[in-house]
Design a protein around this ligand. Structure first.
Ligand code: VTB
Length: 331
């Protein structure tokens, strides 16, 4: 199912797959302690601190390619920051220490701690701008939907391939005013629309698990960093995705250019977003469709983590039981 286009030199040490679990677990636990406190910044900072501490213990020579922002606006996990012990392979790291900060601050479903690791130079250096995205799950002919095709054509093509009517297709869309036109078109087709308030990393992943989630297609505009993280997971399960950065001001075009984006209007395919052996790990912070949130029960802290590895197509779910007595949260 997975696309084995990765050359030998792009394979990362598989032991690192398991190492990512600790990183997202700890970020999730740290932010979960601030669930429902109405303080997005504090919850995010807790996740950032914990993630950075754990990343720096890994035997990697890592560079943050997607992080908390540029150096001047983010003191930690900024784009370009070096992480790890430096005694190991050169890798790209993409992080969203707390994806869905609002969800966490309001104790609503769907916030996660998520990161991706891949061989250096294989993840898109996406600036923190919007990305127009389209994604479907595995099992469809390649190119059946296209970011530039009218939404009606995409839905009809997908419905035909699935052997259903257009009004039996379910699309996942972020509930934003910018999607009014898209939503109206989907409504006119009679599609079912699952609207989400935040968290489109999971949103994209959900369209690859149609049998479980009922979602056939992800459509609309979300964050570009989230797009790259989701692409890493889709590479593993074998779906299709396209994305285009929304660089609608000369400043954004210039900033993207400094990050290596030469064609501002380029339509990125899954393999442009994540071309190497990519590992993605996510731990639930609040309960959600993909993962259970962190559970505090007495001295025991329970976590659920999912890890995707594109090279092998392996998806692992890891339940953790952590004991605070062992100073889990300390160095
Ligand atoms: C999404 C979503 C995030 O930002 O990418 C979105 O995954 C995009 O930005 O959880 P807007 O909120 O401006 O629409 C989040 O909602 C928050 O980071």
């Amino acid at each position: 199912m997975t696309d084995l286009v990765v050359t030998e030199d792009k394979i990362i040490e598989r032991i690192l797959t398991m190492e990512l679990v600790r990183v997202t677990e700890r970020a999730a636990v740290a932010s979960a302690k601030l669930r429902g406190r109405g303080n997005e910044k504090a919850a995010d900072q807790a996740a950032v601190d914990a993630m950075r501490r754990e990343l720096n213990k890994l035997p990697i020579d890592g560079t943050i390619v997607i992080g908390e922002g540029e150096r001047d606006e983010a003191p930690m996990l900024y784009i370009g920051e070096k992480v790890g012990t430096k005694k190991g392979p050169k890798v790209d790291i993409a992080v969203d220490p707390l994806e869905g900060t609002t969800l966490c601050a309001k104790d609503m479903p769907g916030s996660i701690a998520v990161m991706a690791m891949a061989q250096a130079g294989t993840l898109l250096y996406a600036p923190d701008v919007y990305m127009d995205k389209i994604a479907i799950g595995p099992g469809y002919p390649k190119g059946i939907v296209d970011l530039d095709a009218p939404v009606e054509d995409n839905i009809h093509a997908l419905a035909r391939a699935k052997g259903v009517k257009a009004n039996e297709i379910t699309a996942l869309v972020m509930d934003r005013p910018r999607h009014a036109d898209l939503i109206a078109k989907l409504r006119a087709l009679g599609c079912s629309i699952r609207l989400i308030t935040d968290g489109d990393v999971v949103g994209v992943i959900q369209c690859a698990e149609t049998a479980k989630t009922g979602i056939d297609i992800y459509l609309g505009i979300g964050g570009a960093p989230e797009g790259v993280l989701a692409a890493g997971a889709l590479r593993c399960v074998g779906g299709q995705m396209q994305g285009r950065l929304i660089l609608d001001t000369p400043e954004k075009v210039a900033r993207a250019a400094t990050m290596g984006v030469k064609e501002p209007k380029k339509k990125y395919d899954l393999l442009d977003l994540a071309s190497g052996d990519t590992v993605v790990a996510a731990t639930g912070v609040t309960d959600g469709a993909l993962l259970k949130g962190v559970k505090f029960s007495g001295d025991i802290i329970e976590t659920e983590t999912i890890v995707y590895r594109s090279l092998t197509g392996t998806v692992r779910r890891i339940l953790g039981e952590h004991r605070e007595l062992t100073k889990f949260h300390l160095d």
